[in-house]
Design a binder for this molecule. Structure first.
Ligand code: ADP
Ligand code: MG
Length: 340
């Protein structure tokens, strides 16, 4: 028996399987990179459900030409902090671009404020040389023929329509957390989205973005949430029970600005409404949890949608308490003995 190290291209393809599940995950990674680069305007264009084309353009800091090969190299990141338990950027693993480059045709065109524009391409893991290219300050990342090098994964894709819908849903989740960024998604008719920049105080901007994404119905049938416990701040809006939905698609939870999906938090929301809603109905909620990054581990899963709280019981309690209090202050009184 001989033990050998796997070739880099295979390692990247394996990692890609975890980071890049479908076109929506590529959108997530690229949009997060744009936000980390300080962009205030992010445009996303798609074709073929994102499988034939995904293009994300931003007006962020840009990448210097000499850095382009590093941007697409594995485990290379400009966001490194000495303490992986104190992560403030959305990215930190240096895995997205090399992963995407190993399963698609990736091109990155970028320019910094000071420098000339340049471009690099990666196809199935093969890097091109860096070439000069015309580009405004910022970055344009283009991903074509996603999963062309991994046909088995390609077979798992749903219809173009379903993939487009997943892209829109993903973008809505991110956009809720970043009202100071203007987003434009162009794709097939129903998936397009245009979100202007929201100004004013953070609360005002957040409320305006919520209105843009969840509609006037939500704005008018929801209550503000504002609670604090042990240094954890919870803000947002929750729907009144009469404005319930048939599914939980309208529940958004952001932890330190990062959209997360967490069964326990979803359970806490359900518990808070237990007596106010029938089992098959779901509240619409937008919750922002802000806490010391040291109290939450975002490094649980490559897609970073899972989080672990140091004290998840306290977080659940905070959510249940705050929702119940808001409902009760509004004269909607769930009984107090329901599960929490
Ligand atoms: P990570 O985000 O974890 O650092 P990525 O593979 O997503 O890893 O990106 C690698 C690096 O490329 C980033 O750390 C950043 O320096 C650079 N980069 C990627 N996208 C952009 C962008 N849109 N604007 C500026 N720099 C970018
Ligand atoms: Mg990234």
């Amino acid at each position: 028996m001989t033990i050998r190290q796997l070739p880099e291209t295979i390692v990247n393809r394996i990692a890609a399987g975890e980071v890049v599940e479908r076109p929506a995950s590529v959108v997530k990674e690229l949009v997060e990179n744009a936000i980390d680069a300080g962009a205030t305007r992010i445009e996303i264009a798609t074709a073929g459900g994102g499988l034939s084309l995904l293009r994300v353009s931003d007006n962020g800091s840009g990448i210097e030409p000499g850095q382009l090969p590093l941007a697409v190299a594995r485990h290379c990141t400009s966001k490194l902090s000495d303490n992986i338990f104190d992560i403030r950027s959305l990215g930190f693993r240096g895995e997205a671009l090399p992963s995407i480059g190993s399963v698609a045709r990736l091109s990155i065109r970028s320019a910094t404020e000071a420098g000339e524009g340049a471009e690099i391409t990666v196809e199935g893991g093969e890097l091109s040389a860096v070439r000069p290219a015309a580009c405004n300050r910022g970055t344009v990342v283009e991903v074509r023929d996603l999963f062309f090098s991994t046909p088995a994964r390609l077979k798992f894709m749903k219809s173009e329509r379903a993939e487009s819908a997943a892209i829109t849903d993903q973008l809505r989740r991110i956009a809720l957390a970043f009202p100071g960024v203007r987003f434009a998604l162009t794709g097939p008719d129903r998936s397009s989205l245009e979100l202007p920049l929201c100004e004013g105080t953070p609360e005002k901007a957040a409320t305006e973005r919520m209105r843009a994404l969840l509609g006037h119905g939500f704005a008018e049938n929801s209550l503000p949430i504002n609670a604090m416990r042990d240094g954890v701040r919870l803000t947002g809006r929750i729907s009144v029970p009469s404005y319930s939905r048939g599914n939980a698609q309208h529940q958004f939870v952001m932890v330190n600005g990062r959209p997360v999906r967490d069964k326990r938090l979803a359970g806490a929301i359900r518990g808070a409404y237990a007596d106010a809603l029938p089992r098959d109905r779901h509240a619409a909620v937008v919750l922002f949890l802000d806490l010391d990054p040291a109290l939450v581990d975002v490094n649980v899963h490559p897609q970073k949608a899972d989080v672990r709280f140091r004290d998840s019981g306290m977080i659940s309690g905070l959510i249940v308490g705050a929702i119940r209090q808001a409902l009760s202050e509004a004269g909607i009184r769930p009984s107090t003995d329901a599960a929490s």
